[in-house]
Design a protein around this ligand. Structure first.
Ligand SMILES: Nc1ncnc2c1ncn2[C@@H]1O[C@H](COP(=O)(O)OP(=O)(O)OP(=O)(O)O)[C@@H](O)[C@H]1O
Length: 679
């Protein structure tokens, strides 16, 4: 049978070099990577066999066997999974197909230390075998193919690999590592047991090890461990989520997360529940510690894996969570869905809708819990607090104890302070990674709108950090203040410096500052919070209700009356560009600003849509002028002068610039300013 030599794809060669040179310090990870591949292969077979039971051939058992030979210096991992054909072996073991790999490879710096950290986060899969082996042989036969269509793949982990056809009776794959001299410790029963316990205990199929017993030495010779020829199961062999919560340690929850979702940062929290009733399912959902690279891509993957009665059905089961919770990773195991459920079917199923609602409730509960624990325990009794229940309004469906942030009731103040700092840090990390996505929920999930609104945080005119909740804001509203004021802009800096805020600053009224792209759209759906209306300071005429000074209002009316002819003249000069021109009390230091009518689309949103190539109805702003300002007084004085038109245009364009826009005709703007400057 002929043997063919192949070269690795360039990225693989580069990765192999790194793996073998920089991962020694953490060499043991190779085992969990190979076991996880073997377990995936078993899952794939189980799934394929739903449609074609003959794939089990005469071997219904799914398991993973690990054998070693100290003398031959080999360690092998054998599974009875789906196996690989020759073409599969070439494609899967000679190339890196994984999305994001190229991007990842581009980030490599050549600095071995930095790169090894990066690679540790990424997970290297099959290639990690080369950390401990100077040669790897893979023998495999795909389920359903005849014995003669087996394949042997072999490589020394340098530039190339060879492939030849072999005959292999057993379905599945054997990966044999030819261990390096310094990796012989892995060819031992106790070492393998330790590593399986540490990394692979949750794997759903049995992992079998060669059993050993102690044998006394003969005639004064020292004794030693010898193989008995039997196999023993080294893991719990039940999928983690199927076990009772009380039997699972935090360590195990974390290890499961890391391996299942290939995220080497610890999750911030998790929730694990068995739901009974008309729809039965188990959910194990995690909040990741950092955002994946594709969070904002249209086809971003959701991270929920669907199982039906412990049979793996699909990754990225997006129907199981609303889009605004797409950052959640986890597993749902349904007892009701049919095994042959398709993505299309999922969209329509009533059971799926019930699961999605249940998942949504739990995830929001988990975030609420994190937020509540992060609240300053200001009114707690000295020394002893239960910050686990620090909120006066408990979450509608409190997260059970297995939520990753264990409640501790009776602890010293120092412990509590540390725990609070930890919780605050977790919530901050959560919010900076996913707050923007969560906001989409305001427009997407009306049923939970108020719950989502409670979780949002903003900067404000009195607080620089993004920490102010609507509830915080409400608690410090001024007497007589009737609305929650906010402003949206292209960035926080633009929001903070907007002329629209001048009057609010002068009067000491706090305004929430919103600088995320999604804010304008999302806030369009939220009209009130907890009974208090929300009001954009850039929309409609300024109405501070009873906070308005009587004298100021009268002065403004008088000014409006007096300026009436000039306002009309400005409107004509700017005809086509403005909806109206009026006097305002909103401004203190600026001559003018632009606002839109109450129900109108803001200028910022119109700009965003335009940039995105969407059709935008024409939005004409209202120009509001400050009668106290010297420029407006000068405009009034030049009512009969030929400069009037230029001055009016300059004031309009500056108002546009101040709120983040650009003059329609920048060159004319410059010409006009220059003409005025040289007068
Ligand atoms: N034991 C196995 N049985 C069948 N196919 C396997 C086995 N091990 C690896 N493969 C195939 O080789 C591919 C590459 O494996 P590798 O571990 O490098 O990447 P991965 O499993 O896709 O990703 P990662 O492990 O980084 O999540 C797998 O996707 C799978 O198709």
């Amino acid at each position: 049978m002929s043997k063919h030599a192949h070269s690795f794809q360039a990225e693989v060669a580069q990765l192999l070099h790194l793996v073998t040179h920089s991962l020694y310090s953490n060499s043991e990870i190779f085992l969990r990577e190979l076991i996880s591949n073997a377990s995936d292969a078993c899952d794939k077979l189980r799934f394929a066999a739903i449609a074609d039971a003959t794939l089990y051939e005469d071997q219904p058992n799914l398991d993973i066997r690990i054998a070693y030979d100290q003398d031959a210096r080999t360690l092998s991992i054998t599974d009875t999974g789906i196996g690989m054909s020759e073409a599969d072996a070439i494609a899967n073991l000679g190339t890196i197909a994984k999305s994001g790999t190229r991007e990842f490879m581009g980030k490599l710096t050549g600095d071995q230390k930095a790169d090894s950290q990066l690679i540790g986060q990424f997970g290297v899969g099959f290639y990690s075998g080369f950390i401990v082996a100077d040669r790897i042989t893979v023998e495999s036969r795909q389920a359903g193919l005849p014995a003669e269509q087996g394949v042997r793949w072999e490589s020394a982990g340098t530039g190339d690999f060879s492939v030849e056809a072999i005959s292999r009776a057993a379905r599945g794959t054997t990966v044999t590592l030819h261990l390096r001299e310094d990796a012989l410790e892995y060819a031992s029963n106790w070492k393998l047991k330790e590593l399986i316990g540490k990394y692979s205990d949750h794997i759903g199929v049995p992992i079998l090890l060669e059993k050993e017993t102690w044998q006394e030495g003969e005639e004064g010779q020292p004794g030693g461990m010898v193989k008995t020829g039997e196999w023993e199961t080294a893991n719990q062999a039940s999928a983690l989520w199927t076990r009772p919560k009380k039997d699972i340690s935090d360590e195990q929850y974390r290890a499961f997360y890391t391996q299942t979702f290939h995220d080497h940062d610890d999750p911030l929290a998790w929730t694990h529940n068995r739901v009974e009733g008309s729809t039965e399912y188990t959910q194990l959902l995690y909040l990741p510690g950092r955002a994946p690279m594709d969070l904002f891509q249209r086809d971003a993957k959701t991270g929920v894996k669907l199982y039906v009665k412990r049979v793996f059905i699909m990754d990225d089961a997006s129907a199981l969570l609303p889009n605004y919770l797409r950052f959640v990773r986890g597993v749902v195991d349904s007892a009701d869905l049919p095994l042959n459920v398709s993505r299309e079917l999922l969209q329509e199923s009533r059971d799926v809708r019930a699961i999605r609602d249940g998942n949504t409730r739990r995830v929001l509960g988990m975030i609420e819990d994190l937020a509540n624990k992060a609240r300053t325990p200001a009114d707690s009794a000295e020394g002893k607090v239960d910050i686990g229940s620090g909120d006066s309004t408990p979450a509608p469906e409190p997260t059970p104890s297995a939520d990753g942030v264990t409640d501790v009731v009776d602890k010293t103040a120092a412990d509590e302070a540390a725990k609070f700092a930890d919780a605050a840090d977790r919530f901050t990390r959560f919010y900076s990674a996913f707050g923007v996505v969560l906001k989409e929920g305001l427009g997407e999930d009306f049923g939970n709108q108020q719950r989502i609104a409670k979780l949002l945080r903003f900067a404000s005119t009195t607080t620089d950090t993004v920490t102010v909740s609507f509830a915080d804001y409400k608690a410090r509203m001024k007497d007589g203040q009737e609305a929650i004021y906010y402003i949206t802009a292209d960035s926080l800096t633009a929001a903070r410096n907007s002329p629209q805020l001048e009057l609010f600053r002068k009067k000491g009224i706090e305004v929430l500052l919103m600088g995320d792209r999604v804010d304008e759209w999302a806030m369009g759906f939220l009209t009130e919070f907890d009974g208090t209306p929300l009001q954009s300071v850039a929309k409609g005429a300024v109405d501070l209700g009873s906070l308005q000074d009587e004298g100021e209002a009268q002065a403004a009316e008088a000014a409006a009356e007096q300026l009436k002819p000039v306002l009309e003249q400005i409107k004509q000069a700017l005809s086509g560009q403005v909806e109206d021109v009026r006097v305002t009390t909103r401004l203190v230091d600026s001559p003018a600003c632009l606002v839109v009518k109450d129900a109108g689309m803001s200028l910022q949103l119109a700009r965003l849509l335009k940039q995105a190539g969407q059709p935008v109805p024409e939005v004409k702003p209202v120009l509001e002028v400050n009668p106290e300002h010297a420029l407006i007084q000068r405009l009034q004085a030049s009512a009969d002068s030929p400069d009037f038109g230029d001055l009016a245009h300059v004031i309009f364009d500056q108002a546009l610039l101040a709120e983040g826009g650009l003059p329609e005709d920048p060159a004319s703007y410059v010409r006009r300013v220059n003409a005025l400057l040289t007068k």
